[in-house]
Design a protein around this ligand. Structure first.
Ligand SMILES: *Cc1c(COP(=O)(O)O)cnc(C)c1O
Length: 353
């Protein structure tokens, strides 16, 4: 399929002020759009001026949440622009699509489309240390029909948002609490899909966490409320003794690409890393024995987010005196150097645009 290009003749002024940039507030001049209709498949791929989309009020996505999304970044260093494992994002998007009954994408084609879009918008990739161009591909069911069934028409869209550094003053440990009132997902549900519903379900918990001065919550499994799953938009790792452990993928955890990359990097570094079912009780026990030395989250936004405090019921656990652990810092440095094209990573991780 040929990708059509309609140039935006009213380009916006670029934001260069770091403090203004923030996250997800500004968007570039163009977006990629492609339609799907039953019988015709995905068609009419185009790069057009960024702008509103017009949908019928009865569109499926508004009522029944048939939608998926992805999140990745483009990094600029020395005038070159890099993507980090973008093939993994489209692979995961297709996994989400399958769960939500959304027609699958041609992964190679959408990657080609993304690269073309980034190439057009290359001047929008911030050239400031730590800042990047956040990329948000998503799909919505657009069929005008209130019946509960999969849509027959969809839109796949990619929008781009220049974003400031997640950390303005270097890595900063966060405080999180273990959620024992609400649950995010259950096995057999859609926890492993990147879809709006998983975020809608987490908002109330997030609001309550912030009210009590915690930045996020750590979810437990939705059935026994005993096993650790993940944090808001991050996967979670624990350093226990000389082992690094992370919850195994069980269908209710989002399979993070940062998670996967960290596991691979730890193996390359010769460290003892294991994916397994981890109960909150065993973590508390490890803490009491002085064995829980580091906790960190992993995700595209923060890369590595050290946890300085973990609260479970009435117990407050200070991790590594509330400071950044050695392993967290080292992983952050290693991974960000690869993402910014400053260090060579494993084959295929870094894709130059
Ligand atoms: C996106 C996401 C993650 C992190 O995935 P990355 O690919 O590492 O960015 C973790 N948990 C949830 C719920 C997510 O939506």
């Amino acid at each position: 399929m040929e990708i059509k290009f309609e140039k935006n003749n009213n380009p916006k002024e670029k934001i260069t002020d770091l403090n203004k940039l923030g996250f997800g507030k500004y968007f570039t001049d163009h977006m990629f759009v492609m339609d799907y209709s039953e019988g015709k498949g995905w068609h009419d791929p185009r790069i057009v001026p960024y702008g509103n989309i017009c949908l019928d009020p009865s569109a499926v996505t508004f009522h029944y949440g048939q939608t998926v999304f992805e999140g990745l970044k483009a990094y600029k260093n020395d005038g070159k622009v890099y993507l980090f494992r973008p093939d993994e994002n489209f692979k995961r998007m297709n996994m989400s699509n399958d769960r939500l009954c959304i027609p699958l994408l041609d992964e190679e084609f959408v990657l080609e489309a993304l690269i073309k879009l980034i190439d057009i918008e290359r001047d929008w990739v911030p050239d400031i240390p730590g800042a990047s161009l956040y990329i948000r591909p998503f799909i919505i069911a657009t069929s005008a029909f209130l019946g509960v069934k999969p849509g027959t028409e969809y839109k796949f869209i990619i929008i781009l948002s220049p974003s400031g550094p997640y950390y303005k003053n270097g890595l900063e440990p966060v405080k999180i609490y273990v959620e024992d009132k609400y649950v995010r997902a259950v096995r057999g549900g859609m926890g492993m899909a990147k879809t709006g519903g998983n975020y809608a379900v987490s908002l109330k918990s997030q609001v309550e966490a912030e009210k009590s001065q915690y930045s996020q919550v750590l979810w437990l499994d939705g059935i026994e409320r005993k096993y650790v799953e993940e944090v808001g938009a991050m996967n979670i790792f624990f350093v226990v003794g000389n082992k690094i452990i992370t919850p195994e993928l069980n269908g209710s955890i989002l399979p993070g690409i940062t998670r996967k990359s960290i596991i691979e990097l730890l193996k390359i570094k010769g460290m003892d890393v294991e994916e397994k079912r981890i109960s909150i009780d065993e973590l508390v026990e490890a803490y009491d024995q002085g064995q829980l030395t580091e906790v960190f989250g992993t995700g595209t936004a923060a890369v590595i987010s050290p946890v300085g405090e973990l609260k479970y019921e009435d117990k407050i656990m200070k991790i590594n005196k509330g400071e950044i652990g050695e392993i967290s810092q080292d992983l952050y440095n290693t991974l960000t150097d690869i993402q910014w094209g400053k260090a060579e990573g494993p084959q295929g991780w870094s894709v130059e645009v």
